[in-house]
Every structure is written in C-alpha cells, then in structure tokens.
Design a protein around this ligand. Structure first.
Ligand code: FAD
Length: 265
C-alpha cells in the first residue's frame, strides 16, 4: 500500500494586484492584503495532482498532506484533501513561524520520519512566495534518500519511482528506488479542481496538529542559517526616449544604432 506525503505551503495569492502589494520594512514582513485570502503554493497543488494520478492507477495509495505554518494553513490542507488526499498534518508552533528554509526542512523531515513508512515525498520545485527552491532537496539530504527535481511526470510501480524531468533544452527520465523525494514543476499539468461534494467531504477529514515537541524537536535548538537583512519592494525606474527622424527609415536606423551602442544587438 503506497504512502505518498505531499508538502504543501500556503502563500499570499499571486493574483493580488501589484498595486496592493505592501511590505512592512521595519518588521521585514509582507503585509496581508485585506479581503484576499492566501492560497496553496501553485507548485504544491501540482504536487498533490501528481500524487492523485498515482492513486488513480493504484487506488490503495494513501496521500498525506504536510504543512508547517500557522492555523490559517489549514485552508490549504483542506483544499488538498478536497482534491482527493486522505489525511492532513499541520505543524503549528509559534516558535517556528520565522523558520528559514533549513529549519523548515528539518521540521518537515522530522514529521515525515514520524509519518513513516513512506514511499514518496512530493514537494513543489519552489514555493511561489520566497522562491528559495531548496526545501525539497534539503529534506532528501536530511532523510538520506535520493531526490529527483523538476518533474513533469511521476510514475510509481513496485517500489520504483520513474520521473520525467524538465531540462533547459528537453526532458530526461530518471529512476530511483522508493523511498525518495521528487519536486514537481508546472509542466506536469493543471491540478484538478475539487467538486462541491469533495469540499464537503474534506470538511470531515481529520487534520492532525503537531508542535515541535511532538516531533521530538526542541524549537529553541533549531537555529536559522539565513538571516533576513532587508525586505523591500525594489524601485523600478523607467526612462523613455523618443527617437526623432524625418522618415520611418531614419528613425529605424537611429534606433538600430542606439541598440548597438547599448550592446543589445
Ligand atoms: C529570517 C527569516 C525569517 C522568515 N520569516 C518568515 C515569516 O515570518 N513568514 C513567512 O512566511 N516566511 C518567512 N521566511 C521565509 C521562509 O523561511 C521560507 O518560506 C523558507 O525559507 C522556505 O523557502 P521557500 O518557501 O522559498 O521554500 P522552497 O524551497 O522554495 O519550497 C520548496 C517546496 O518545499 C515545500 N515547503 C516549503 N515550505 C513549506 C512549509 N512551510 N510547509 C510545507 N511545505 C513547505 C513546498 O512543497 C514547496 O513547494 C523567513 C525567512 C528567513 C530567512
């Protein structure tokens, strides 16, 4: 009976209009936009979709959703349960709210250890807010299992994981014995959208809540390796230059010379 654990992070809605995006520079925090609810990170719902495609072929698969974050993360777990996952675990410990990627990976790895045995851990290739792109491979390193990154297709059969990976100029197929970690990319395809009936069923599915001590961890001993120096919205300066000329040809020639001067052509 395969067991797949999907790591799902909750992020500010990327569809938030740029004009409403605010950063509290003193607190080094993104200010939540009133009325716009956070959502599961897009690559993570694609990861849940990858797990569900395996479950479609092997129905006795159990899919566990794992999140580290505050109580509000429950909504993203419930969304994944409504998609068809079986159970959820939220690690909610105020001492971990400012965890960096290293502490995040340690805590998730400890939870995965507690949820063992497992065959596959699926993460997004990167979370769409901080875009570090490291938590999946760090979890694999801590658990001492293989990691295959940037998947567009995952197949699982008889303890073997076969992954089609996205390369800059094509695709390649990689294989690993289970257990292993796979990070997924958007090339995998659209995640399924939960039906009303599934949303109602998900409301009844249990979400376990653990703290660091439930995982045998002492939050005070978990030290961030990254310190956040500054969080700010970059200033974008746009300068416009109108190119004059008697004819369109003259304007085009002047434009071409400028582009060559700027080493753009
Ligand atoms: C000093 C410091 C303070 C910070 N304070 C905050 C803060 O107050 N609030 C805040 O939101 N962020 C904070 N961050 C950012 C947070 O630490 C990052 O989310 C973390 O470094 C992971 O990076 P990432 O999210 O880009 O992960 P990536 O490596 O891009 O994530 C890859 C994948 O790992 C999995 N994953 C990552 N995080 C989680 C999670 N929490 N639960 C489940 N799965 C997960 C997902 O599958 C995800 O797709 C802080 C960072 C630093 C350095």
């Amino acid at each position: 009976m395969p067991h797949i654990i999907c790591c799902v992070k909750q992020v500010p809605d990327p569809e938030t209009p740029a004009s409403q995006f605010r950063v509290d520079e003193a607190a080094k925090k993104v200010v939540p936009v009133p009325g716009i609810a956070p959502v599961p990170s897009q690559f993570d719902t694609i990861g849940v979709e990858a797990a569900l495609r395996i479950k479609d072929k092997t129905p006795d698969t159990t899919i566990t959703i794992l999140s580290l974050g505050p109580e509000s993360y429950r909504d993203s777990i419930k969304h994944s349960l409504a998609m068809g996952a079986d159970e959820g675990v939220l690690i909610n410990d105020p001492a971990l709210y400012e965890a960096d990627h290293w502490v995040t990976a340690q805590v998730l790895a400890a939870a995965i250890g507690k949820l063992a045995p497992f065959d596959l851990v699926i993460c997004g290739r990167q979370a769409v807010d901080w875009d570090m792109g490291v938590v999946g491979s760090t979890i694999a390193e801590i658990l001492n299992v293989p990691c295959i990154t940037i998947a567009k297709e995952i197949q699982y059969k008889d303890g073997q994981v076969v992954v089609e990976r996205v390369l800059l100029d094509g695709f390649e197929t990689a294989e690993s014995p289970a257990p292993c970690v796979v990070t997924v990319s958007n090339e995998l395809g659209e995640p399924r959208y939960p039906q009303l009936r599934q949303i109602m069923a998900a409301a009844r599915k249990e979400v376990k809540v653990w703290t660091a001590s439930d995982l045998g961890l002492d939050a005070a001993q978990l030290k961030n390796l990254v310190s956040l120096e500054r969080l700010y919205v970059p200033e974008v300066k746009v300068e416009t230059e109108i190119i004059d000329g008697e004819t369109p040809q003259e304007k085009a020639e002047k434009l071409a010379l400028k582009l060559r001067e700027a080493k753009l052509i």
